[in-house]
Design a protein around this ligand. Structure first.
Ligand SMILES: Nc1nc2c(c(=O)[nH]1)N[C@H]1C(S)=C(S)[C@@H](COP(=O)(O)OP(=O)(O)OC[C@H]3O[C@@H](n4cnc5c(=O)[nH]c(N)nc54)[C@H](O)[C@@H]3O)O[C@H]1N2
Ligand SMILES: Nc1nc2c(c(=O)[nH]1)N[C@H]1C(S)=C(S)[C@@H](COP(=O)(O)OP(=O)(O)OC[C@H]3O[C@@H](n4cnc5c(=O)[nH]c(N)nc54)[C@H](O)[C@@H]3O)O[C@H]1N2
Ligand SMILES: [Mo]
Length: 749
């Protein structure tokens, strides 16, 4: 008998299950999934950090809403029965909604949850609160929150960052020069939201290179070049990419290379942008010389870059990391402006696409829209805040912030419910979060593990992992749909999020609205029937649910043609206009200009970020906090893959020598927000003036403001990118790094 197949965000796998226990897992043959990450699954599932039963914080159990929120994380968690835990949760939800209204229930619950579309925890919790009558939700995401809003104004939708991409089979053989701002770091291709059957990005890139595409990687760190790829490396200061892009625009104009015909036909606002580029508005031409100063890259290097893009077919891409910074919107607007100047948008292998370097399967040829998803039930409370501003919400209830041309007034949060996310991983400035986390009366968390968030809850409910339930999984970027059969029984007393919420809904008298009288199997059949209908509309014959269960994987037939982003618009902009105000690409946006935001003109521009290495104290370093190579965020941090403790902080040997650091020296990475423990890794591939850490280590902040877990979000800055998107500015962060002394060790143990 063959082994069962299943799926996680880090790939498809074959499982060896014996006597009801997961023994091992290996990547699905030829899928290219990472064997270490897949191999860690048994350790993950049976981790000693696994939550085995419901727990309630001692003080909350005694004093309920009067208990001291500041004791979260400091008090004993008392194991209780499911019945008691759910009775108390139901009573508490009812009390808060009666006393304070639905907006006082914060259940946006941002987070990746697990693969599998029905049991997706964040969808379950939001559906539950939709059925309950409303809650405060979160909009957008940490991944590309700034891009989402700027692209809606410039291109009319956020498709360019959320799914649409010129596919690799259009690049291969067509693209002469591929410029990757933020690089093409292969670590990021280990992961896709929802999980994928292929990890073919390294092969695509190699094929493009073999067929003559020249790759140029613009990144402060050279390991953003895939190993073995013959690419050129340009190493700017973090936060300076917009200046380089605008400098190149200026240079294309100066050389008479700018495609005015394209801009005339397909764009509005080029005159406004050009006036800015020429310095007519601020007496500063945005020349390559100007860009060279900001980016700290020799003028000659930038001139050569301009020489390279002047002729031939050019594909421009920016990783999502670029816009996870103060004024992050500008990076994506400026890239579009440069692509418009080159005039190749909508042509094979030309124009721009965001995120080839950010996630597996960006640019994979696949049919979209077939994956099922759990329908949410709206939100009668009509309240949603920008995802990354939730700590501001806790800090300043009743005050307003500008957001994409509107004002959002923060509600007064009395209860937080989180399922499928780890705010003590994903938020910036974790010590601030910890202070404000004390404010709500009650915090409930469904989790699989004793994460930093679960440790700081009042009520923790143990959830199953995707191996302990059946589901349908996949991602629209990849041509596979998986039936994820239940492989093992729930560990400990864990229950499915769906069953937890169904039980709560029953206690609160709205079970029918939440479950629609379906159990797991009935839901899977129901959701799949919708996918079958969508497939039929595309002329495809999808397997029936029973066939899918039997086959385990459906390989969806590929589209006939490669995807070329905006090709329809290019062929006929009247017949296929963009959904912008003008129907064209908005190189200047009258709508944005009318918002009159400070440091946000109606066209792409470079602004100095709130913390800027260009004028920082000599001992400061710009901290980049990247996606972890072998974790998914904080997930897998409880396995052998978290072998470096404390986690590494990488820097150029020059910076290490300046501070007298050898490899593995224990250091304290500090900012005005706090500090975290790390060990030095000298890395030739870093440019000078930066430090690089991975996100993902489990936060263990103490009262001295030191995180012994080494989570870099202990030091990052928690401000919005701009009033437009209010997204995370995680990459805008200056730190100092000093040796960690024995005395301090005393202080923190
Ligand atoms: N400094 C800095 N910070 C960052 C970033 C950065 O670049 N720099 N990146 C940001 C980005 S892009 C993202 S997407 C976020 C990621 O932030 P998150 O998505 O919050 O991170 P995860 O660790 O994936 O958290 C998912 C949690 O859900 C739990 N979980 C998984 N499956 C289930 C389930 O079925 N049921 C329940 N109840 N729980 C489940 C997991 O155990 C885990 O604790 O981090 C952001 N934070
Ligand atoms: N293995 C693994 N893969 C992942 C994830 C994971 O947790 N683990 N998370 C997934 C998620 S949720 C997301 S949103 C994506 C995120 O995808 P990205 O945002 O693209 O990923 P990062 O690793 O944060 O950044 C990519 C590279 O950008 C470079 N960089 C950082 N700042 C700058 C800058 O200012 N300028 C330039 N030119 N380069 C810069 C860094 O060197 C970094 O290696 O990754 C996904 N892929
Ligand atoms: Mo993300």
């Amino acid at each position: 008998m063959t082994n069962p197949i299943s799926l996680c965000h880090w790939g498809a796998f074959e499982a060896d299950v014996s006597n009801g226990r997961l023994i091992s897992a290996v990547p699905l043959q030829d899928s290219g999934a990472d064997a270490d990450m897949i191999g860690a699954l048994p350790q993950l599932v049976y981790s000693d950090k696994r939550l085995d039963r419901p727990h309630i914080r001692e003080g909350w159990l005694r004093d309920r809403k009067l208990s001291k929120g500041s004791m979260r994380g400091h008090e004993r968690m008392v194991p209780v029965s499911w019945d008691l835990a759910l009775t108390l949760v139901a009573e508490e939800l009812d009390r808060v909604r009666t006393d304070h209204g639905h907006k006082a229930l914060f259940a946006g619950s941002y987070g990746w949850s697990s693969a599998g579309r029905f049991h997706h925890a964040r969808s379950q919790v939001r559906r539950f609160f939709g059925a309950f009558g409303g809650y405060t939700d979160q909009v957008s995401n940490y991944s590309w929150g700034a891009a989402q809003f700027i692209l809606q104004h410039v291109l009319g939708s956020s498709d360019a960052v959320s799914g649409a991409a010129t596919s690799w089979d259009s690049i291969i053989g067509n693209t002469d020069t591929f410029i990757a701002f933020g690089g093409l770091n292969p670590k990021n291709w280990r992961v896709t939201s929802g999980g994928a059957g292929f990890h073919h990005m390294p092969a695509h890139i190699q094929q493009a290179s073999d067929q003559g595409t020249k790759f140029i990687v613009v990144s402060p760190v050279a390991d953003d070049i895939p190993p073995g790829l013959d690419a050129e490396w340009i190493a700017p200061r973090p936060g300076s990419d917009t200046a380089i892009m605008l400098g190149l625009c200026h240079e294309m104009l100066r050389r008479g290379r700018a495609d005015h015909g394209f801009m005339e036909r397909f764009c509005v606002g080029s005159d406004t942008l050009i006036a800015y580029l020429n310095g007519e508005t601020d007496q500063q031409p945005k020349s390559l010389n100007w860009a060279s100063d900001i980016a700290d890259v020799p003028l000659e290097t930038l001139m050569q870059l301009a020489d390279t893009i002047e002729p031939g077919r050019v594909m421009l891409t920016a990783s999502w990391s670029l816009q996870r910074a103060h004024h992050g919107e500008q990076t994506h607007w400026a890239l579009i402006a440069l692509a418009a100047m080159l005039g190749q948008i909508g042509l094979p292998g030309g124009g721009f696409t965001f995120g080839y370097g950010s996630l597996n399967a960006v640019g994979e040829n696949a049919r979209k829209g077939l994956m099922p998803s759990l329908p949410t039930l709206g939100n009668e409370a009509g309240m949603a805040i920008p995802v990354a501003r939730f700590v501001d919400m806790l800090e300043r209830p009743g005050t307003s912030i500008p957001f994409n041309g509107q004002e959002i007034t923060f509600p007064d949060t009395k209860l937080i419910y989180w399922a499928g996310g780890n705010p003590f991983h994903h938020a910036q400035d974790l010590f601030r979060l910890e202070r404000l986390w004390a404010r709500p009366e009650t915090i409930i968390v469904n989790e699989q593990f004793w994460t930093a968030t679960a440790q700081r809850a009042d009520i923790v409910l143990p959830a199953t992992t995707s191996l302990e339930r059946s589901d349908i999984g996949g991602t629209s970027r990849d041509p596979h749909v998986f039936y994820m059969q239940k492989l093992i029984d729930p560990v400990g007393q864990a229950r499915n999020d769906f069953d937890i919420f169904a039980d709560l809904a029953r206690r609160l008298n709205f079970e029918e609205a939440f479950t629609e009288a379906r159990d797991e199997t009935a839901w899977l059949r129901h959701l799949w029937s919708k996918s079958e209908a969508k497939a039929a509309a595309q002329g495809l014959s999808a397997p029936t649910f029973d066939e899918l269960v039997h086959k385990q994987v459906w390989q969806v037939p590929l589209p006939d043609e490669p995807e070329i982003y905006l090709s329809g618009f290019r062929q006929d902009p009247i017949e296929h206009p963009l959904p912008t105000d003008s129907g064209k690409i908005e190189l200047a946006s009258a709508r944005i200009a009318a918002f009159q935001y400070e440091d946000f003109a109606g066209h792409a521009a470079w602004y100095k970020p709130a913390e800027w290495i260009g004028d920082a104290a000599p001992d400061a370093l710009a901290l980049l906090t990247r996606q972890p190579a072998k974790f998914l965020h904080s997930q897998l941090g409880q396995t052998y893959l978290a072998k470096d403790h404390p986690p590494k902080v990488c820097m150029h040997p020059f910076e290490a020598d300046q501070r007298g650091f050898k490899d593995k020296d224990l250091v304290r990475v500090s900012s005005p927000r706090g500090a975290c423990l790390a060990q030095v890794a000298r890395m030739e591939t870093c440019r000078r003036g930066i430090a690089v850490m991975e996100t993902g280590p489990w936060y263990q902040g103490n009262e001295a403001g030191m995180d012994r877990g080494g989570n870099p979000n202990a030091v990052t800055l928690d401000i919005g990118t701009s009033p437009l998107s209010q997204a995370t500015s995680a990459q805008t962060c200056l730190v100092t790094i000093e040796r960690y002394t024995e005395d301090e060790q005393e202080l923190v143990t």
